[in-house]
Design a protein around this ligand. Structure first.
Ligand code: ATR
Length: 275
């Protein structure tokens, strides 16, 4: 039996074990995928311990360990390097590769919802780890222009500078002065803050909804989130929660471990039906 796990703190809430169990079933793979709680300062210890077990093929990493995992692995994919975070560890014998599938998960879920990113103008709200984690994949998908809005402007500026290091002039800071131009329009707004978890909205101009953009909230519970509801009240009709991103990032991880790409639609449906 092959073993994998997800590291986190807290970890009780994680849906990864059920998602990967359903993927494994699709290919008759005998996989035991478990939750591993780690103390806040003990990711490396916990990872060493897990991978000393026989038949461990890899792991997922969630809050707050994505940066610790970046330091722990032996090598990094370009996505992980640019995202500054590792959410997937792939074991190749005694080598541990670090990758990041969050961005691909978001892009693939957008595709599942009929959104092709080629040439789009995107507003990303938030400049923390979640925002940073998805920017490389958005760029790679052919986005035209990325604007980053954040409560603390300095973090938005730092993120934009870093992003432009990989692709010149694709990213700009969206600030108060930009509000007047907002009418010209965003095609897609991504809420990369976790504010919806607390029923809160980012303080951002309503003008961003003028162009009836597609709206994506990385939070998936409760759905529709307050951000999606607000977009809806401005006439936006394609408002998407983050559940599909969760399933799609898992699918990419599963693919990296097993070389088989699972069918995500029915797993997404299963999660919706078994909340
Ligand atoms: P994560 O890794 O999940 O992105 P994070 O690094 O703590 O978490 O970042 C959270 C994001 O939500 C940040 O962009 C944060 O804005 P600040 O950089 O100004 O802190 C944003 N955020 C959190 N609480 C917020 C609030 N009450 N209003 C607006 N933005 C908020």
């Amino acid at each position: 039996q092959t073993m994998a796990c997800v590291f986190g703190n807290p970890i009780e809430q994680s849906k990864s074990p059920i998602i990967h169990a359903l993927f494994a079933e699709q290919f008759d793979i005998d996989l035991q995928y478990v939750k591993r709680f780690a103390e806040a300062d003990a990711f490396a210890f916990s990872a060493d311990e897990f991978f000393s077990l026989p038949n461990t093929i890899g792991a997922n990493v969630t809050m707050p360990f994505k940066h610790d995992a970046l330091k722990w692995v032996s090598s990094l994919s370009s996505q992980a390097k640019r995202a500054g975070a590792v959410n997937t560890i792939i074991r190749k014998g005694s080598i541990f590769e670090g990758d990041n599938t969050d961005g691909v998960g978001l892009v693939n879920d957008l595709k599942d919802h009929g959104v092709d990113l080629q040439g789009l103008n995107i507003l990303v709200v938030g400049a923390g780890g979640a925002a940073k984690g998805v920017l490389p994949a958005l760029i790679d998908a052919g986005t035209n222009q990325l604007s980053v809005y954040n409560r603390s402007a300095d973090k938005a500026i730092a993120l934009v500078n870093e992003t432009n290091h990989y692709k010149d002039n694709i990213a700009t800071v969206y600030d108060d002065a930009a509000y007047d131009e907002a009418k010209e329009g965003f095609d897609l707004i991504i809420n990369a803050t976790s504010l919806s978890l607390y029923g809160k909205l980012p303080q951002i101009s309503d003008l961003v909804f003028s162009n009836k953009p597609v709206v994506y909230d990385m939070v998936y519970q409760p759905s529709p989130t307050v951000f999606m509801q607000k977009a809806n009240s401005f006439g936006c009709t394609n408002n998407i929660d983050g559940l599909g991103m969760l399933v799609n990032q898992a699918a990419q991880s599963f693919y990296l471990w097993f070389g088989h790409y699972p069918e995500v639609g029915k797993v997404h449906q299963y999660l919706l039906a078994n909340k």
